[in-house]
Design a protein. Structure first.
Length: 310
């Protein structure tokens, strides 16, 4: 085992990373939005060389407290990438991002670990934005959740032969996200398994047009959000695995609310055109749902993940 760089001992960093919602209807595996719900972490390098992990809030008593913890795995991936032995760390996590609900909790954990490693390595190794996105995508598999978690705002993510890329856009101030979160969870792997290998040509063209329109709606013209959030690539195929999510989305859309599945689900994202619409949409779900759904009126996070040396 390689010796730990003595410069790391005693270093500490605090990390704040936002929840994300991906796809946004037609933008499958491409579009993502950062939301103002956060996991806060404190990571330090103790002199005794002993790994310790505390988790408070979401995931407490459920996630592993050893080196299989996703934040630790992401940190190690980052250290390995630059050829430096990762030291044992003390990790204290205060989590509020729901797990297994389509709000990017795994992407947030990956981003938190990478940003923590960058903070601990400050002055030893420097990372640019492309490197951070590539490291996160290595672990997540696709960049649509990790890009907004890293950079905030609305992001378009795509891959090239040289690695993943992103473009961050500012969201129109009238866009008011509402997330409706059920008590049950959904497996991202299961949701992806329901996706066909090919889709009809007309459905592909339909989604290309709606994805282009969605960028305009989110950045310039919120009044177009209902039409812009139509989708034929993934939500219909996954509906059978989350029937209550699908039923409520249909009710919301019939009432004029731009509702879509948040990420792989089962949460629902409503991209309201103004803050007052969120109350109407939340009341509709409260009246029609067959189980409790938590209504979260959220702001868009514009900063993305932050890491501050202590």
């Amino acid at each position: 085992m390689s010796a730990v760089d003595e410069r790391l001992v005693g270093r500490s960093v605090t990390v704040k990373v936002p929840a994300t919602t991906a796809n946004l209807g037609p933008g499958f595996d491409t579009l993502g939005l950062a939301l103002a719900v956060y996991d806060d972490l404190e990571i330090s390098v103790p002199a005794d060389g002993v790994l310790s992990i505390e988790v408070h809030g979401v995931g407490e008593g459920e996630v592993p407290l050893d080196d299989s913890h996703l934040v630790i795995r992401a940190m190690k991936h980052t250290f390995d990438h630059v050829g430096i032995a990762m030291p044992a760390v003390r990790l204290v996590a205060h989590n509020t991002i729901p797990h297994g609900r389509g709000l990017g909790s795994s992407g947030a954990a990956i981003v938190a670990g990478i940003v923590a490693a960058r903070g601990l390595l400050e002055g030893i190794v420097e990372f640019d934005a492309d490197q951070l996105l590539a490291l996160a995508t290595d672990l997540e598999g696709h960049p649509d959740n990790v890009a907004p978690a890293l950079f905030g705002g609305l992001t378009i993510a795509w891959t090239t032969p040289t690695g993943p890329q992103h473009k961050k856009l500012l969201v129109h101030r009238g866009v008011s996200p509402l997330v409706l979160v059920p008590e049950h969870v959904m497996s991202t792997a299961l949701a992806r398994s329901l996706q066909p290998e090919s889709v009809p040509h007309e459905d592909a063209v339909f989604n290309v047009s709606r994805s282009a329109l969605l960028i305009a709606a989110l950045t310039q013209s919120p009044e177009l959000l209902l039409a812009a959030t139509e989708d034929k690539l993934h939500q219909n195929y996954r509906a059978a695995a989350m029937p209550e999510t699908d039923r409520l989305i249909q009710l919301l859309r019939a009432a004029g609310h731009p509702a879509v599945v948040s990420g792989a689900g089962p949460s629902i994202l409503v991209l309201c055109g103004d803050p007052s619409e969120r109350l109407v949409a939340a009341d509709l779900v409260a009246e029609q749902a067959t189980e409790p759904w938590q209504a979260l009126p959220l702001a868009v996070d514009f900063l993305g993940a932050t890491g501050t040396a202590v």
